[in-house]
Design a protein around this ligand. Structure first.
Ligand SMILES: C=CC1=C(C)c2cc3[nH]c(cc4nc(cc5[nH]c(cc1n2)c(C)c5CCC(=O)O)C(CCC(=O)O)=C4C)c(C)c3C=C
Ligand SMILES: [Fe+2]
Ligand SMILES: [Fe+2]
Length: 322
C-alpha cells in the first residue's frame, strides 16, 4: 500500500470572533509565547494580565469587527482556502490541512488527525517567507511538542524560509503588477510594509530583518522599480525595527509624494494587520498628511499565482517522499 503523507500549512492564528472575550483569549495565548515576548514571565505576566489584557482586547476587537467577513477571520478564511486549493496537488496519497499557532484549528490537533489518518511522513509548512523566531520557530516548536507526546512518531520535514526564492519573487511581482495595472493613478512610491519586530531581536541574530530587506531588494530589481521598505504593527515601548510604516506614510506628502501603493510581502494572507492597519488606518494617516491617492494591494492569498507558488515550493520539499 502506498504510504500516506501529510502537508500542514501553519499560520499565526486569530480569535474565534471579533468580540472582546474571544480577542482576550487569543491575545493571552499569543502574548504569553516566550518566542514572541522575550521578557522573563515573572516580569511580563503581571504587565500582560494586569494592564494589556484589560485594555487591548476591546480596542483590537473593534478593529477585527471592521475586517471580519462572512467566512470569519480573513486570516483563517484565506489559509483554509489555500489548503483547499492545494488538496490533490501532490497526488492522491498526500493530504493537505491547515492549522494556527494560536487559537483554532490547533497545530497539535491537526497533526494528531494526520497521524490518525495514517500519515507516516509530514511536511510542516510555516507560511512565513521571512524566517523569524517569533513566527517560524514557534510554529515548528508547537508541532515538535505534539510529536513529543507520541511513542511512534511520523517522519518530519519543515519548509525553509523562502524570502529570496525566485518563485516567490516572481509571484509577488506578478501580483503587484496586476494590482498596479488596475489603478487609475500612477504611484510615485511603492511601499513594501513588513511586520515589525523589536530591534533587540536583530541584535541577537534573528535573520528576519535581513530576509525582509532581501525580499524587497530582489522584488525591486525584478520590477525595475525602487522599493520603500517599512515595518508596521509596533507593539510596546521598546525600540522596534525602523522605519515605521505609519511614520513613512506621513512623511511622504510634505515631500511632494502624494500618490502611493502599499503592499505586505511578508504576509501570506490578508489579515487584521493588512486590511485594518494598512488599508484603513494607513490610508487615513496618509490622507491626513496631505496624500491624495492611496492604494493597498492584496497579499498573494489563495490567488492562482499564490497557490502555484506554494505548490512549487512544497513539491520541492516533498522530493523523495512522493
Ligand atoms: C510583541 C508583540 C508582537 C510581535 C513580536 C509580533 C510579531 C509578528 N506578528 C506577525 C504576524 C501577525 N501579527 C498579527 C497580529 C498581532 N500581532 C501582535 C503583536 C506582535 N506580533 C498583536 C498584539 C496582534 C493582534 C492584534 C492586535 O491586538 O494588534 C497578525 C494578524 C492576526 C489576525 O487575526 O488577523 C499577523 C498575521 C509576524 C509576521 C511577526 C514577526 C515577524
Ligand atoms: Fe504580530
Ligand atoms: Fe496591528
Amino acid at each position: 500500500m502506498a504510504r500516506k503523507i501529510g502537508v500542514l500549512l501553519m499560520n499565526l492564528g486569530t480569535p474565534d470572533g471579533p468580540d472582546t472575550k474571544s480577542v482576550k483569549r487569543y491575545l493571552a495565548e499569543f502574548l504569553s509565547d516566550r518566542r514572541v515576548v522575550e521578557i522573563p514571565p515573572i516580569a511580563w505576566q503581571p504587565i500582560l494580565r494586569g494592564i494589556i489584557l484589560n485594555t487591548r482586547p476591546k480596542k483590537s476587537a473593534e478593529a477585527y469587527e471592521q475586517v471580519w467577513s462572512e467566512d470569519g477571520s480573513p486570516l483563517a478564511a484565506v489559509t483554509k482556502a489555500q489548503s483547499v486549493a492545494l488538496q490533490g496537488a501532490f497526488g492522491p496519497n498526500v493530504m493537505v490541512d491547515w492549522a494556527m499557532r494560536y487559537g483554532r484549528p490547533a497545530i497539535g490537533d491537526r497533526l494528531q488527525a494526520m497521524k490518525d489518518a495514517g500519515c507516516e511522513r509530514i511536511l510542516l509548512a510555516p507560511l512565513y517567507p521571512q524566517y523569524c523566531a517569533a513566527t517560524t520557530a514557534t510554529a515548528n516548536d508547537k508541532a515538535f511538542a505534539q510529536l513529543a507526546t507520541q511513542r511512534w512518531q511520523p517522519a518530519l520535514r519543515t519548509l525553509p524560509p523562502y524570502h529570496d526564492d525566485p518563485t516567490y519573487i516572481a509571484a509577488l511581482k506578478a501580483s503587484i503588477e496586476e494590482g498596479l495595472a488596475g489603478l487609475d493613478f500612477e504611484p510615485q512610491a511603492l511601499i513594501a510594509s513588513f511586520h515589525g519586530m523589536p530591534q533587540r531581536t536583530l541584535d541577537l541574530g534573528d535573520p528576519y530583518h535581513c530576509h525582509c530587506r532581501k525580499t524587497a531588494r530582489l522584488l525591486g530589481e525584478a520590477m525595475g522599480r525602487e522599493m520603500t521598505v517599512a515595518f508596521q504593527s509596533r507593539f510596546g515601548p521598546a525600540k522596534w525595527l525602523t522605519p515605521a510604516t505609519d511614520e513613512t506614510l506621513e512623511a511622504m506628502p510634505p515631500k511632494g509624494i502624494t500618490r502611493v501603493a502599499i503592499f505586505a510581502p511578508g504576509f501570506s494572507a490578508d489579515c487584521l494587520e493588512t486590511l485594518e492597519e494598512l488599508a484603513i488606518r494607513g490610508r487615513e494617516s496618509f490622507e491626513e498628511a496631505g496624500g491624495t491617492h492611496f492604494a493597498y494591494l492584496p497579499c498573494l492569498n489563495a490567488s492562482e499565482v499564490g497557490v502555484n507558488m506554494l505548490k512549487t515550493l512544497l513539491t520541492r520539499e516533498l522530493a523523495g517522499w512522493v
